[in-house]
Design a binder for this molecule. Structure first.
Ligand SMILES: C[S@@+](CC[C@H](N)C(=O)[O-])C[C@H]1O[C@@H](n2cnc3c(N)ncnc32)[C@H](O)[C@@H]1O
Length: 221
């Protein structure tokens, strides 16, 4: 098995079960046009998020890390018409591109894009007494993943599903002597998850069009 096979199989699954329409294709194109990194979830991962949203009948979704709103659009399409996605992005350029993509997708009423640091917005949502979310997708900067998760718990209810992307980092999490702050951040996060009695959690390794990685999946007890 090699990366080429993983990519071909990802394409096969995508064509079968996660075909992109022009809105999603243009969202990916908009990243190149705006000189932004191609670090969105893949189409098959977008569909995976939709399946998870359906499984917990999610209406209220929180996302940390919007980029161009590719994952946001997948998720907003999987919740009922009266549902809401709050998505948080701290880079104003990314937020501007995301906002255009959300409008083109006809989802401006369902998606509330908050521009600011994830930590600040999480604390704001908590202090404003925001209703708990049914589903939380953490996909922003990696060093504070543990703190994001702890704050996300305060915005959850029993049954809330919390998915955190990029927690395996091509296996670099096995390196105890790493100096990479992103790897150290997810190592600390994975350790916290293992000992957290508030959730039932595991980590799924992910292969496909993007590099080898993994997603932590937790359900609040
Ligand atoms: C991996 S990308 C998100 C990809 C997106 N979820 C998708 O799949 O389409 C991470 C994003 O998080 C943003 N980000 C990084 N640090 C952040 C922070 N402290 N607060 C909010 N957003 C942050 C980055 O600017 C970037 O746009």
């Amino acid at each position: 098995m090699n990366q080429q096979v993983f990519e071909k199989v990802d394409q096969y699954i995508g064509n079968l079960l996660a075909p992109e329409d022009t809105v999603l294709q243009e969202t990916i194109q908009s990243l190149d046009d705006a000189a932004m990194p191609q670090i969105s979830v893949t189409a098959t991962q977008g569909k995976f998020l939709q399946v998870m949203l359906h499984s917990c009948k999610a209406k209220r979704v929180l996302e940390l890390g919007t980029l161009g709103a590719y994952s946001t659009i997948w998720m907003a399409r999987a919740i009922p018409a009266d549902g809401k996605v709050i998505t948080v992005e701290f880079d104003p350029h990314h937020a501007e591109v995301a906002s255009r993509n959300i409008a083109k997708a006809g989802l401006s009423d369902k998606i509330d894009l908050r521009v600011g640091k994830a930590m600040d917005i999480l604390n704001e949502l908590i202090s404003e007494g925001e209703q708990p979310f049914d589903f939380i997708f953490i996909d922003a900067d990696k060093p504070p993943y543990t703190e994001y998760f702890e704050l996300a718990l305060q915005l959850s209810h029993p049954g809330t599903m919390i998915i955190c992307d990029n927690v395996i980092r091509e296996g670099k999490i096995l390196d105890e002597n790493t100096t990479d702050e992103r790897v150290k951040g997810v190592q600390r996060f994975n350790q916290m998850l293992a000992g957290n009695p508030k959730v039932t959690a595991t980590i799924m390794q992910t292969v496909g069009a993007k590099e080898y990685d993994g997603m932590a999946i937790a359900v609040v007890n």
